[in-house]
Each structure stands twice: as C-alpha cells, then as structure tokens.
Unconditional design. Structure first.
Length: 383
C-alpha cells in the first residue's frame, strides 16, 4: 500500500508527522509531496524537518504565489493543476491532507476528480473566517467515500452533518459514516518530547499571522501585539521569541510591522530572537518553557491545551475554535465580521493576567497523544 501525503506549508508536517510514522510502522509506503510555501525557505526548511524522521520528499510541486487574497486563490488553482498531473502519473491508494489551508484545497480537488480516496484530518472545526469554508469544502470533496479523522467529538458531528446532511445521531455511530475521532496528531509529538516539563524561562513566545478576511489590517494588528509585548517584556525583563508569519494574504504587512518594531527604540529595548520556523519537537519544548504565548496561532489552542501554556489569543483568526482554559481572547467586539480593534493596552492586561496565573493543567481536548496510531488504524485496519 502507498499513501501520498500533501505537505503544503510549514505547519503540515507537524500536523501529520505522528500519523506518517505510525503508517510507516505498518509497512505503508509513505510518500510526502511538498508544494506551495513548503518549498519556500522564507517559511522554514521543511525537507530538513522530514529528514529528521528519515523521510524524503517523494515529489515537489511548484505552486506558490505570494500576495493578497487573489494570489491565495491562484495558489490553490495552481495546486489543483499540478496535483492533477501528479496523480495521473503516480497511482496511489490515497491522499492524506490536513486542515483548512487554501493550497490544500487544490490537492483535495485534484484527488476528488481523479477518484482517489482522501483522508482528511482536522476537519469539522471552526475558526471564524474564510478558513471555515475552505475546511468544509475539503470535507465535502473527501465525501462519504473518504476518511475523516477529527480531533474532537464536536468536530466529528459537524463533519457528519456536512457529508451526510444529518445532525441527529449518537457519537458512538460516527465511525459508521467514515468519521473517526482520533485526536490531533500534533499532540503526539508534544507528549513524546515532554515526558518532563522543562523549567520555565523568562520568555514570551509570539506567533501571529494575518487574518485573511482583513488582511489590509495586518500591519496594525501585529503592531498592537508587539507594543504590548514590548511593555511586558521590559517590565519583567523577559526575552521575546518571535516567529515570522505564514504565507497567507497580508503576510507582507505583518512582516513589515515586525521589521518596523525591531528597528524601533522599543524593539531595541528588549532581547528578541526571530524564527522562520522550528521543528515540531523544539517548538513543543519552547511552548512548554515560555511564561506566556501571544498571537493567533492555532498551536496555542491545540498544543497549548495539552501543555497548559498560558496564552493570549488576539483577534478573530481562531474565533469559534474549541480551546481549553489556558487561552483567553482579546477583542473589543467579538460580533464583528472582521478583526476588531484590539489595542495594545487590552493585550497587555491579558498578558499580565496569564502571567499571574502561570501554567494550566493538562487538557486532552485535542487528544491524549495517541492520534497517529489511531489514524493509521483507520487507514490500514486493526493490527
């Protein structure tokens, strides 16, 4: 059996890593295909991350275009074209995709038209912007003939309603309809590397991406977060670990805000280390050792739930996504369809609140660290 794995961004490998390892243990020929921003060094070294687990890219599909929202649709379109050609020339028993990103939509579309079974992880979730529609579209493209490995029961219920247009059914029957509650494979890596929690460091972790539905505001939104981080880092003499944004529309504005801040008097008043990306193991250790995390990365909600990382979620990018008690939201009006005007003062107050609380108890909302083996069992059957 061979399985093609769609790796379209730096986050995809961390989200699928444990499932690929489990599948390889089941003697499946795992074939990672890199495309879109996963091939851009600006967003990290994805091939190096694969190599650490002794995987090599099976193919590379050049599909990335960087710019505004129209370029996201162009990237998705190019992905559909290149994946269509790839699947015609490379027979496979299935395509494994995850989440809600625009480039993954192109891969799922090509698989659907090629009649190739799609295995979709992280479906059924909500996050309050266009990603919801993309995620649901991927679920629909996978359809009743695909396999759906979801992180939570609520997500499973939503997938069931999308695929079969029904709500009234007991959770115990989810698997009868190709929907399997496996947990999130990212938690497996977290559990693997955090057998013992590292000592806390005087450090704030910042990971914030543009909101695709309000990408023109990305500079102002990032600036508000950085000004709050500056005040808190100065007050407590904390170091700042800052991640550059992903390849969504508005990334240019976020990049510019970071550069402006780093070159400002305030940005020069604290110690800052910047990162294009980081392997999932090192990132888990950093999340576990930071005093607080801020931005709008889903890792604060997913990985952070299990780790118990105090986190401040800024704006609407993750609005509606399930999260544990470790996360507090900052927005002035949560009913706005676009990112609200959260001020640096609002963010500063929540950072201080989370610092005073300290680490939270472990939550298994997104799984207990065994999702990869469960995904492999869904695909291959019982051992």
């Amino acid at each position: 059996m061979n399985l093609t794995v769609a790796i379209g961004s730096r986050a995809n490998w961390g989200s699928l890593r444990s499932a690929c390892l489990a599948l390889r243990r089941r003697k499946v020929d795992v074939r990672p295909v890199l495309f879109a921003s996963a091939l851009s060094e600006r967003y990290g070294d994805v091939p190096a991350s694969l190599a650490r687990d002794d995987f090599k890219p099976f193919a590379a599909l050049a599909t990335h275009i960087e710019g505004d929202t129209t370029d996201m649709s162009k990237t998705a379109g190019l992905a559909a074209i290149e994946w269509g050609t790839f699947l015609r020339n490379n027979p496979t028993d299935g395509v494994l995709v995850c989440g809600d990103r625009h480039e993954v939509l192109g891969a799922a579309m090509a698989a659907a038209y090629a009649g190739v079974r799609t295995i979709h992880t992280m479906g059924g979730e909500t996050s309050g912007n266009v990603d919801d529609r993309v995620r649901d579209a991927i679920t629909s493209l996978a359809g009743e003939d695909g396999l759906h490995c979801v992180a939570t029961f609520d997500a499973g219920a939503r997938v069931r309603s999308i695929v079969n247009k029904e709500w009234d059914f007991p959770p115990s029957r989810l698997a009868n309809y190709g929907v399997h509650v496996t947990g999130c494979p990212r938690i497996d890596t977290v559990r693997e590397v955090l057998q013992a929690r590292p000592d806390p460091r005087p450090m704030i972790l910042v990971s914030q991406h543009p909101v695709t539905t309000s990408w023109k505001n990305s500079h102002a939104e990032m600036t508000a977060t950085l000004r709050a981080v500056e005040v808190v880092a100065q007050r407590h003499r904390f170091q700042v670990e800052l991640f550059w944004p992903n390849a969504d529309a508005g990334t240019g504005g976020t990049h510019q805000a970071i550069r402006d801040w780093l070159n400002s008097e305030g940005g020069n008043s604290v110690i800052v280390r910047t990162h294009r990306a980081m392997g999932p193991e090192d990132y888990a250790r950093m999340m576990a050792s930071c005093r607080v995390m801020v931005g709008n990365s889903s890792s604060a909600l997913r990985d952070g739930a299990w780790i118990g990382t105090p986190a401040v979620n800024v704006g609407t990018r993750q609005r509606g996504r399930e999260h544990g008690p470790n996360v507090v939201d900052v927005w002035t009006n949560p009913d706005l369809a676009i990112a609200p005007d959260a001020t640096g003062e609002d963010i500063e107050v929540m950072l201080e609140t989370q610092l005073q609380h300290g680490p939270f108890p472990c939550s298994t909302l997104y799984g207990d660290g065994t999702a990869g083996a469960k995904v492999a069992e869904v695909i291959c059957g019982p051992m």
